[in-house]
Design a protein. Structure first.
Length: 292
């Protein structure tokens, strides 16, 4: 598994973030799923194809238990690019989970539902089918006999302000970024305090490819509380300072070269000595100094 894939999952692995996503997207913001009622499930399952055992690895998976009864299995899938065949992947994940229940069944077994949420972070609208039947060519007359399977897809960059307000966890910060940068190039974060600082910046770096978020990860050390506004200010100030220092360094280098050229022209230093001081060949120094 690549580092990018791992980074995308870390934030959603936290129970408070996972529960928040489910509560906001499925239950309209009602606090139905308690983080304490979530149990991490294996995201890996296997199937046999071409006489080989192959694996299916969904991004994040949890059991939602109520009391002692597991009543649902929920998985999250992250997509940064559109995948036409995503419904087939989803039915594969869910089918494998139902298969495990079938294999482990007993007469008093309670079969729990399996739910997968696909979180799409792309700025282009998802224009592919969101169900299996939308992908297959069904011969006439067979339509009533072909079972369909729909995909629960949420386009994060297209959430409304009302939908954003439903999120209470750090996921609000991530979703807000994608909504704002889709609408305009300007990003104005809300002053929400980040709880899982390192995980948020890892996820942002993985989702966006913006290396500035990698620099922010060091802000997660200790018990420091910070919001995105403060983090961006710190990075911006570092950039200004770095640029200033680089400017001074370039100025010093340029001034030194100008002085050497002047000394050569006035006959106080040989071309060979000046070129050596600048790590240049004599021909290079003469070209820069415009000496015949």
């Amino acid at each position: 598994m690549g580092q990018k894939d791992i980074a995308e999952k870390i934030l959603e692995e936290y129970n408070d973030v996972f529960a928040d996503i489910v509560n906001a997207l499925i239950f309209g913001g009602k606090q139905i799923v308690d983080p304490d009622d979530l149990e991490t499930a294996s995201s890996l399952s296997a199937y046999k194809a071409d006489e080989k055992i192959r694996s299916l690895d969904r991004d994040v998976a949890k059991y939602w238990k109520h009391g002692r009864i597991r009543i649902a299995f929920a998985g999250l899938e992250n997509q940064t690019v559109r995948d036409k065949y995503m419904p087939l992947r989803v039915i594969s994940y869910d089918g494998n989970e139902y298969r495990k229940q079938y294999s482990d069944k007993s007469n008093d077994s309670v079969i729990y539902p399996v739910v997968t949420l696909v979180l799409y972070f792309g700025k282009e609208k998802w224009n592919y089918p969101k169900n299996v039947c939308g992908l297959v060519d069904i011969p006439e007359g067979f339509e009533p006999f072909v079972s369909d399977y729909k995909m629960n897809l949420f386009e994060i960059a297209y959430l409304s302000e009302e939908q954003l307000d439903l999120f209470k966890s750090d996921f609000r910060i991530v979703a807000e970024y994608f909504v704002q940068t889709r609408v305009s190039s300007e990003y104005k974060p809300t002053p929400q305090t980040i709880r899982h600082v390192g995980a948020v910046f890892q996820a942002m770096s993985a989702f966006t490819g913006d290396k500035r978020f990698e620099e922010m990860q060091e802000l997660s050390s200790g018990e420091r509380r910070i919001n995105m506004c403060e983090a961006l200010d710190i990075i911006e100030n570092r950039g200004i300072k770095k640029g200033f220092e680089q400017g001074i360094e370039k100025g010093i280098e340029k001034g030194r070269l100008a002085l050497l050229i002047e000394l050569v022209k006035e006959g106080e230093m040989s071309v060979e000595t000046a070129a050596k001081k600048e790590n240049m060949t004599v021909e290079e120094f003469k070209a820069v100094a415009k000496l015949n």
